[in-house]
Design a protein around this ligand. Sequence first.
Ligand code: FES
Length: 514
Amino acid sequence: MIQRDGAMISLWQGNIFAFTPKSKVDPRLVYDVIIVGGGITGISTALSLQEAGKKCLVLEKEILGFGTTGGTTAHLNTLLDTPYTTIQKNFSEDDAKLTAKAVQKALRLIHERVNRFAIPCGYKEQQAFLYAQNEEQEKELDEIAKASEAAGIDLTYTTEIPFPIPFTKAIQVNGQASFSPLHYLYGIAEAFEKAGGTIVEHCRVTGVEETEPLKITTDAGTFKARDLIYATHIPPGVNLLHLRCMPYRSYAMAVTLQDYEYPDGLSYDMVDPYHYFRCQEINGKKYLIAGGKDHKTGHEENTRHLFETLEAVVHRYFNVKGIAYRWSSQYYEPADGLPYIGHLPGHPQNIYVATGFGGNGMTYSNVAAITLTGLLTGRDDRYAKLFNPNRLKPVAGFVNFIQHNADVVKQFAGKIFSGEKISGWSALARDEAKLIKEEGQKIALYKDDKGILHGVNPSCTHLHCDVNWNNAEQSWDCPCHGARYSMDGKVLTGPADRDLEKIALDDPGNKKHS
Ligand code: FES
């Protein structure tokens, strides 16, 4: 099992051993491209660039697949979360066609790599089914079908779906697929290293000097590159993109079925937020994967409860034998419906970003690989204009910079709370968290299942919103731009790149924190 950015174990992380990079970084070298982030976007892009003749270095602050690639439900689809109706409306009919071309090309790239590198990731071509369950949804389905077909998506109406779910009208979309994302990620990481690329794990970027070449400081040394790509899900620092990408959590479970009737296909209802189902065989065992119950990060008081509501939906339609895995994961919804891939606004032209993939992260990861490779090699920028992050209108007076090295004001430096105070706080039940105020300062407290108190300053190190407790993943989640921290304040998810301030608690009944 590998580590992930949450306390719950995903189907993928529970069925794989960690990848071990074999490549060695050369700090004297000026790399052509440094890619920050070792998820599917970072590694896919790095492999494309390396194969295009660029010398690439990937820096990952934890391990490959630690973030959303280890928590996705891995639908490879051209039927997008942002319907083609919305892309036509917000952009144009031609842009909807270009988007369809881009996502189709992305799926072909993934398929080609599965074959070329013989990656044992359970890749399977699938059909997707979108179904309406009432008249209102039927009308919306008709509009989506019309716009998707006009964009070039291969679909038909169908009177049957392979899932035991009642519906009134449905479409079947061809040319979709599914796979095990971590097996795929490790397969392309190996191919990247074989092609001469370098991967460094446990390497947090702490600063970027925007010089020629760029100097990237990390906790494992300083590296130089001509170009830099943030494939970190959302870029760090403070940027317009944080105002245009809304963080969401989505909930998933992998269940086994009594009757062993695991349907083929990807299926989506039209409830808001919608539910999604598919099956996957992994390490010789089949699972039904269900997902849904999405909400804005940090905006839900009882995240555990969402698993119960998702479970009720699964039991309604399927003969469940057991629930093998439950987990949640994060995605960023773009303001206008399309991802932001290209030059990072407010920075030199050689700093790039890929973010705002919505619920189509697996597909858009490879759109990013294609678009960024086109941009950085100057060979093809067909998609660059469409996904250009600078399509955002500048906000007057907005401070637009990345400041990794800014000092955080330590409010609790040198302060240790007394046993008397802590015993008051100890009234917390085990596995309970709350925000309290002490001597005018807010403290985020969590008592773990061993009765040990953990205290942090709740002020998010990104832009200082107060974090909220996520009881499902045992993390402190920021409701503003989606940064997430462990119970002890360690950054799990950006855009924050500095940990929450830990509070020293000194009590005989507690372990000593420093
Ligand atoms: Fe921006 Fe917390 S993530 S303030």
